[in-house]
Design a protein around this ligand. Structure first.
Ligand code: SF4
Ligand code: SF4
Length: 431
């Protein structure tokens, strides 16, 4: 590991990081009510409830069953009573069935020393069943992990890329997991490797990641008899786009990549080694309207209001509460939005950080063009959409837009480029 790799095109430079004081990660208080969404994102298929209102459920009990592709099982994060099964609108704007569980009864997982199973005695079919049964999700995308692993296991020449890169100035979840649970991360890599038989395993770390930790990663890998390499990357947003990662790693395309983050790997580890369903998650709570950033391990379904309160509440007036990152513009309408299996950060941002301003006409500065990792011309796409020339916008590459948000972030005229692109593409998909 010598060179620092970079993403070849586009993106936003995020050099000045918000200070984070690394401390042991605490478990968040259990929520009095957990709100579970049965669809993780607008492209997934809703799980079907297998409990009814008034029913008592145990911690970790299956409450909704996933069916088919893009669907995953949902488990109760707390013991309690099913209070309501109804509809909820998510911050993404799509509607999903949801289940509300009120805390009651005794715990079957919490406070107990986790069992440790010898996963090496499990065969591929056993592991695959556990991944599916425990409702594991890839934390960065909200896709069912069993589907990702199953797709990769059918292809040759797979490269497992452990993406520990933090993309913006705030988040530290992946780095902290690398610092605190590296043996579990490496063990989970070995589990994934048994399933997909990769040609290579690459750990992608930020240039700011402590260099002293690299021998620790290598030692953990050697103890697991896993051959890995560690590659350092310059920090830049976005760093989770498969095509960009493939190019940066010297591959022709992303078809051989199996991208997993440390946060996903520890969920995999806990499911296989400790028989735990995906009922909790590491989440960074920060932003200028909070006193200091904190990482908590919190139960799925906890509201972001409860998490913010646990971190001492707001220290200033938030202008916007962002879920996951400040660039893609996913804003929580209120504090009742629940933590899901794809929430890694909650950012309470002040006006100073969001710099609100009204939309102005495009001045053709070209910032969006330079920021676009896909090489698109966002100002042109916007112009075509405003003129209702949707077919022409698709012909100009709109379909390749990943909604990364880099163009909108750099636009001085505050044109809501990514919202516009996303709404047109989603309408086109649903036709
Ligand atoms: S949101 Fe789309 S158009 Fe804008 S920078 Fe990202 S890929 Fe390019
Ligand atoms: S960044 Fe904004 S103002 Fe500049 S060219 Fe792009 S759309 Fe126009």
């Amino acid at each position: 590991m010598t060179n620092v790799r970079g993403f070849k095109r586009g993106g936003v430079s995020t050099v000045s990081r918000i200070h984070y004081h690394s401390e042991p990660i605490e478990n968040a208080f259990l929520p009095m009510n957990a709100l579970l969404l049965l669809r993780e994102n607008q492209f997934s298929v809703e799980a079907k409830p297998v409990v009814s209102e008034g029913q008592e459920v145990k911690e970790g009990q299956l409450v909704a069953r996933g069916y088919g592709k893009n669907s995953s099982h949902v488990h109760s994060p707390i013991p309690g009573i099913v209070r309501r099964i109804g509809k909820t609108v998510t911050p993404d704007g799509y509607e999903t069935t949801s289940i509300v569980i009120s805390l009651e009864g005794s715990f079957s997982v919490l406070g107990k020393r986790p069992e440790r199973y010898l996963w090496r005695s499990l065969n591929k079919t056993d592991i695959s069943h556990i991944i599916q049964d425990k409702g594991l999700m890839r934390v960065s995308t909200g896709e069912p992990l069993h589907q990702i692993i199953s797709d990769c296991s059918k292809r040759d020449g797979i490269i497992i890329a452990v993406n520990a890169l933090e993309m913006d100035q705030y988040r530290r979840v992946e780095e902290e997991i690398m610092l605190r649970r590296i043996n579990d991360v490496v063990d989970a890599c070995a589990i994934a490797a048994r399933m997909v038989k990769p040609d290579r395993i690459v750990f992608m770390i930020d240039t700011d990641f402590p260099k002293a930790q690299i021998p620790v990663i290598m030692l953990a890998a050697a103890q697991t008899e896993l051959e890995i390499s560690v590659e350092r990357f310059q920090r830049r947003f976005p760093q989770d786009l498969p095509r960009q990662i493939a190019i940066a790693l010297g591959l022709k395309d992303d078809s051989s990549l199996c991208i997993l983050e440390p946060s996903t790997l520890v969920v995999l580890h806990d499911a296989i080694v400790s028989n735990k369903p995906h009922i909790e998650q590491y989440v960074y709570i920060g932003g200028g309207a909070m006193k200091a950033p904190v990482i908590l391990k919190a139960r799925i379904g906890t509201t972001i209001g409860d998490l913010i309160e646990e971190c001492g509440g707001f220290s200033g007036q938030p202008d916007r509460i962002c879920i996951n990152d400040p660039y893609r513009g996913l804003a929580a309408a209120d504090l009742d939005v629940p933590l899901t299996r794809s929430t890694r950060a909650v950012l309470a941002l002040t006006k100073h950080e969001t710099k609100p301003a009204s939309e102005r006409p495009c001045n053709r500065c070209g910032n969006c063009l330079r920021a676009c990792p896909e090489g698109l011309h966002p100002y042109l796409l916007n112009k075509l959409l405003l003129a209702d020339k949707i077919e022409e916008a698709f012909a100009a590459g709109l379909g390749r837009c990943t909604f990364c948000g880099a163009c909108a972030y750099t636009c001085w005229s505050r044109i809501p480029l990514v919202e516009r692109f996303k709404s047109v593409c989603l309408k086109d998909k649903s036709r």
